[in-house]
Design a protein around this ligand. Structure first.
Ligand code: ARG
Length: 461
């Protein structure tokens, strides 16, 4: 017969179907070492509260250490009948130190405060891993921006040619978004660094245990202020899932550009062979699978977040078993990012830009029209009129099938007497770029400063 943690009140063990439904060891096993760390800390506060004598504490800590080593070595694993990681590890401890010692550990704690604490510990560790991987993507972007300082490209809005920008400026735009995501992880950690251990099932413990001591032992900044909140709250999981989804979405927006840029029609980048795939039937194909998987995985991470929020939505306080459903979505989010980000940073680091093509396309599609309008404004023309005049230049060019800089002096002054030949100063990509020299603008000098700022931000993040 199946052994459970609640034998006393029950005439028989759970039905097979319930046991199968209830079981979580296939996904919560990754929390095993956190559970053991929690048990060590808990054993120490039981001892300090006078509930474990010195010899029992030593036996228990020794058993936990052996159990931990066996978990790491894969010698101790979940058995068929273990409901969850906590149940399995209690069994493992009792197998090692006997029921008289091992059976004392459960005093004053519940799987409800345990799981809430362990999940925070796990996510805090992985938040650091994910942040480092995001910074690798930032580093790859910064390196590409550095390598291509001075190269112009067509800047777009609505995917249409808008104004020339520096390639570095565009790449750094992605870097800043990712740096904010890293900042979000740091900020999340400040709220997640609070330990629910000691909350018990929901009401706290009567055994004189010190939650602050456990919290400090487990690397938390404090213990929770409210034991009901401690066991019921999962906003830390949802918020982590949001930041993970935001990272994936930011990566996906870049991925979408890479996919477009790698087409014959754009021809902006060539992907390294190591980061592209071929086709089983079309010998000429080179596909941007890393970028496509990045775009695809973003949908998956959004699903993880929405599933989690849907699970939480109707739950009364405090613990409900529904909360067991909180783990797989965030584990999936963590696993997905940890496999995606290294591939993505590798792809970005090895992309080769066709800088001649980028430069030659930069002024196309009348992308210097705004420069005409702003030049007119600088010579005193109201913007409303300047916009009209620049628009008329575009119409004239379209009719004649020429570019803005091909309009003759006579044609320019016929459109407006304000259009003196001096306007040609801004009718070049270099002139246009250099003129956008306020903070945040695409002027080469500003972008060089921005590159330093991004590098510093990545270094200190
Ligand atoms: N395995 C559960 C979870 O993941 C924790 C156990 C709490 N179970 C309970 N019946 N109180 O949330």
């Amino acid at each position: 017969e199946r052994v459970s943690l609640w034998g006393g009140r029950f005439a028989g063990g759970p039905a097979d179907a319930l046991a199968a439904l209830s079981k979580s060891t296939h996904f919560d096993w990754r929390l095993a070492r956190y559970d053991i760390a929690g048990s060590r800390a808990h054993a120490r506060v039981l001892h300090r509260a006078g509930l474990l004598d010195e010899a029992t504490l030593m036996a228990m800590l020794d058993g936990l250490e052996r159990l931990d080593a066996d978990v790491v070595a894969g010698i101790f694993v979940a058995a068929e009948d273990d409901e969850d990681v906590h149940t399995a590890l209690e069994r493992g401890l009792i197998e090692r130190v006997g029921a008289d010692v091992g059976g004392r550990l459960r005093a004053g704690r519940s799987r409800n405060d345990q799981i809430a604490t362990l999940l925070r510990m796990y996510l805090r560790d992985h938040a650091r891993v994910v942040a480092a991987l995001v910074l690798d993507v930032v580093d790859a972007l910064v390196a590409q921006a550095d390598r291509h300082l001075g190269v112009a490209m067509p800047g777009r809005t609505h995917l249409q040619h808008a104004q020339p920008v520096l390639l570095s400026h565009h790449l750094l735009a992605h870097a800043w978004a990712l740096l904010r995501d890293v900042d979000r992880l740091r900020d999340w950690d400040r709220r997640a660094a609070v330990s629910p251990y000691g909350s018990g099932a929901l009401a706290g413990s009567s055994l004189g245990l010190n939650p602050e001591a456990v919290a400090a032992d487990l690397g938390f900044a404090a213990a929770v202020d409210n034991s009901i909140d401690g066991t019921a709250a999962r906003d830390f999981v949802a918020e982590f899932a949001f930041v993970a989804a935001m990272i994936a979405v930011d990566i996906s927006r870049h991925a979408e550009e890479v996919i477009l840029w790698a087409t014959k029609e754009f021809g902006f980048v060539r992907l390294d062979d190591a980061y592209s795939t071929g086709s089983s039937i079309m010998p000429q194909k080179k596909n941007p699978d890393v970028a496509e998987l990045a775009r695809g995985k973003a949908g998956r991470l959004i699903g993880d977040l929405s599933g989690l929020l849907a699970t939480l939505k109707g739950l009364p306080l405090a613990y409900n078993r529904d909360l067991q459903e909180d783990k797989e979505p965030v584990f999936d989010a963590v696993d997905t990012l940890e496999v995606l980000l290294p591939a993505f940073s590798g792809m970005v680091a090895t992309m080769e830009f066709d800088t001649d093509r980028l430069e030659s396309l930069a002024p196309q599609g009348f992308s210097l029209a705004t420069d005409i309008a702003e030049w007119l404004v600088r010579s005193g023309v109201p913007f409303r009129i300047a916009h009209e005049v620049a628009g008329a230049c575009v119409r004239a060019c379209e009719e004649r099938g020429i570019e803005l800089w091909e309009l003759s002096d006579a044609e320019l002054s016929a459109i407006s007497p304000a259009l003196t030949p001096d306007v040609r100063r801004v009718l070049s990509v270099a002139g246009s770029l250099a003129s956008r020299d306020a903070k945040g603008g695409t002027a080469p000098a500003r972008v060089a400063e921005q590159l330093d700022a991004a590098r510093t931000a990545a270094g200190t993040a």
